[in-house]
Design a protein around this ligand. Structure first.
Ligand code: FAD
Length: 175
């Protein structure tokens, strides 16, 4: 049986799960906002609240991911999923997405993140919305903002999710 040291356990499989050990981030505190530090002027505009303290991962790139590295990659995947979701999905496509989200929320390899995401999806007012691409994209943005809020990061303006993840910024900086 795997050890439970430092509160680590796999996402949903208790202490015997088959996932690698996802560690809390090794951090250094910086005074700049991570989004503003790393992305375009458009992203800066998309972030509400300019001066918060953020924690950048200092984990080496070629080591197993910590919670930040895993999170960044996963949000890229999830928002890209919304960006390529049909504008008007049929019933099968909607059901597939709901099923995916349900399974994803159980197996995400950071157990406390998975629990937070499950709670968000279970609340009647924040249940997954998948009837159109626009609705799904905004719901995911809200879900991401809920995590941002919990971890002390600035909220993202969800009116801009499509520019960030699908079309590129109106100023042409992604062209
Ligand atoms: C499902 C899930 C649950 C998580 N739960 C936790 C948790 O409980 N505790 C924890 O410490 N970490 C959690 N994380 C990780 C956390 O969300 C971040 O990924 C991590 O802190 C790294 O943050 P970051 O500043 O690099 O940017 P990220 O938050 O990873 O965002 C990447 C990029 O997405 C864009 N963005 C930011 N907010 C939004 C938004 N609302 N909508 C659209 N685009 C946006 C910005 O351009 C940003 O640079 C979770 C990740 C996932 C996928």
């Amino acid at each position: 049986m795997m050890k439970m040291g430092n509160h680590f356990k796999s996402a949903n499989l208790g202490v015997t799960g088959g996932f690698g050990k996802i560690t809390p981030p090794k951090t250094s505190t910086s005074s700049s906002n991570s989004s503003t530090a790393t992305t375009t002027a458009g992203t800066t505009a998309a972030v509400i609240g300019a001066t918060t303290t953020s924690k950048e991962s200092t984990y080496p790139k070629d080591c197993p991911p910590d919670v930040n590295e895993l999170g960044r990659s996963t949000w890229t995947f999830l928002h890209s999923l919304a960006a390529t979701y049909p504008p008007k999905p049929n019933e099968t496509q909607q059901n597939d997405m709901l099923q995916f989200l349900n399974i994803f929320s159980k197996i995400y390899p950071c157990w406390w993140c998975a629990e937070g995401f499950q709670s968000f999806m279970e609340k009647p007012e924040t249940k997954p919305k998948v009837t159109t691409q626009e609705e799904f994209g905004k719901w995911l943005c809200d879900a991401h903002n809920e995590v941002n809020e919990r971890v002390g990061k600035p909220k993202f303006d969800c009116n801009l999710w499509k520019q960030r993840w699908k079309d590129g910024w109106e100023d042409g900086s992604c062209d």
